[in-house]
Design a protein around this ligand. Structure first.
Ligand SMILES: Cc1cc2nc3c(=O)[nH]c(=O)nc-3n(C[C@H](O)[C@H](O)[C@H](O)COP(=O)(O)O)c2cc1C
Length: 217
């Protein structure tokens, strides 16, 4: 069986391990911070027996959004399609913060999901969100909320991070009850802290666990 593609993260699972639920980890990242969070979310998803991560990104908003020059970016995961959303049993979605809001490329992709909304195909599926900012108080929660709104319209079941996750009590940088996050610092070069990694993995694990449980009912 082929191992799942999840960025640099390849978590082997046994031949006998049946995939019950796939979780789409969908993100936009310009300088790599949100991409690193996405890989940690994937680790969490694939730590759940029966769950598999599907990592996808979106193109920048430009003429390339109307007609991507190539279906697969030069590096990293493929661009997401509506079929990715249709086919999976859960979603974890991330964006860098742009003036306290999600970035345009992710919003642009979401604005193209009206057909899915009409069919209700996402209703009842679990979802979580994550973000990366430059500054500590630069709008992480508002960005996370901005990503939740369209998911609520789709009828998705939002999954956050409870304070039973010890890292949420201990973090001095990213990590919120609303979703996973990272503070990149003035140059955007600060690596993910252990707490940020733990919480991103926890988010992936929580969404995947619920996706598997729902898929089994
Ligand atoms: C147009 C623009 C707006 C931004 N707005 C904010 C902001 O409101 N708050 C903040 O802390 N950082 C802001 N940033 C910084 C990015 O959110 C931050 O560098 C993020 O970690 C980049 O993620 P990426 O490496 O995944 O692209 C902004 C950056 C750009 C380019």
């Amino acid at each position: 069986m082929a191992q799942p593609f999840c960025g640099n993260v390849r978590v082997p699972y046994g031949e006998e391990s049946e995939t019950v639920a796939e979780v789409l980890v969908l993100y936009y990242s310009r300088t790599g911070a949100t991409a690193e969070l996405a890989r940690q979310v994937c680790r969490g998803v694939e730590a759940v027996t029966g769950a598999k991560a599907r990592l996808r990104t979106v193109p920048v908003v430009s003429a390339a959004s109307e007609a991507p020059a190539q279906p697969v970016p030069a590096s990293g995961p493929p661009y997401a399609t509506l079929d990715d959303l249709r086919e999976v049993q859960g979603l974890v979605m991330g964006s860098p913060t742009r003036f306290g809001n999600m970035a345009a490329p992710l919003k642009y992709f979401l604005d193209g999901t009206a057909a899915l909304w009409l069919s209700g195909v996402l209703a009842g599926k679990p979802a979580g969100v994550f973000t990366s900012t430059q500054t500590l108080h630069g709008g992480q929660e508002t960005t996370l909320m901005s990503m939740m709104l369209p998911l609520l319209h789709h009828g998705m079941l939002l999954v956050g991070l409870p304070y039973t996750e010890r890292a949420l009590n201990e973090t001095t940088s990213g990590g919120t009850p609303y979703g996973a996050s990272h503070v990149g610092g003035p140059n955007g070069t600060t690596a993910l802290s252990e707490a940020e990694k733990t919480l991103a993995q926890a988010l992936g694990r929580r969404v995947a666990t619920i996706a598997v449980q729902l898929a089994r009912t």
